[in-house]
Design a protein around this ligand. Structure first.
Ligand code: DX5
Ligand code: ZN
Length: 224
């Protein structure tokens, strides 16, 4: 049945499953399942054991992930000195790269952003829960999207931190691009952040610890 233009939801929610909670012993199948289940992006958490107290995925793994999916690869860099590694992630096939404002200066981000945009890679900026919004305001014109952290980065399966909600509300007043939220997202918290103005949901454990990835992804996409 065709839906009349006026009846279509005004905002489309995009869902970005975070593979941090996937079963890495069969990663290709896990990715296929979320792709077939309606995921819009594939969220890949890169951690270095310095900026965050955990070590996860590097560019060599991203390169192989690129071979098994057509989904845009949304690479979240939770690492110190991201400027030293960004090229390898671009070469590995990343479509979107997020930097943390806690790890990069405005002048460096300007240079990297110009280069990435020239190559067709989207640039994101993220901020940790304790970081005030005013830290990212000066770089908003250098980025295509924002990733608001709603947990302290490092691990999947943590509880959502409520202070993300007013941050998103404020951001939506000044930023027209995609606002993504990462950490502790489920149907309840997803609804809160969407209401506040977010339109992309990065969700790890809620999807990969469920029995039906497609059902969970669809439920998040319908949160209008
Ligand atoms: C946390 C990561 C998140 C994490 C989300 O540092 O950036 O992407 O995987 O996992 P859940 O949805 O389980 O909180
Ligand atoms: Zn993430």
């Amino acid at each position: 049945m065709l839906i009349a233009e006026s009846q279509k939801p005004k905002t489309m929610i995009k869902v970005a499953p975070s593979i941090l909670s996937a079963d890495f012993s069969c990663l290709a199948q896990e990715i296929k399942k979320v792709e077939l289940g309606g995921a819009d992006l594939l969220h890949i958490d890169v951690m270095d054991g310095h900026f965050v107290p955990n070590i996860t995925i590097g560019a060599v793994v991203v390169k192989d992930i690129r071979k098994v999916t057509k989904l845009p690869l949304d690479v979240h860099l939770m690492i110190e000195n991201p400027q030293d590694y960004v090229d390898s992630f671009v070469k590995s096939g990343s479509d979107m790269i997020t930097f943390h404002i806690e790890t990069i200066s405005k002048s460096r981000l300007r240079t990297i952003s110009r280069e990435l945009r020239r190559k067709g890679v989207k640039v994101g900026i993220s901020l940790n829960p304790p970081t005030p919004l005013k830290k990212i305001l000066p770089v908003l014109d250098l980025v295509d999207f924002i990733l608001v952290m709603s947990v302290h980065p490092g691990f999947g399966g943590q509880d959502f931190i409520q202070s993300a909600v007013p941050k998103i509300k404020q951001l939506r007043k000044v930023f027209k691009g995609d606002i993504s939220v990462d950490g502790g997202i489920n149907e309840r918290t997803g609804r809160m952040v969407v209401k506040a103005g977010a339109n992309v949901l990065a969700a790890g454990s809620y999807i990969f610890k469920s029995h039906n990835y497609s059902k969970v992804i669809r439920s998040l996409k319908c949160l209008i």
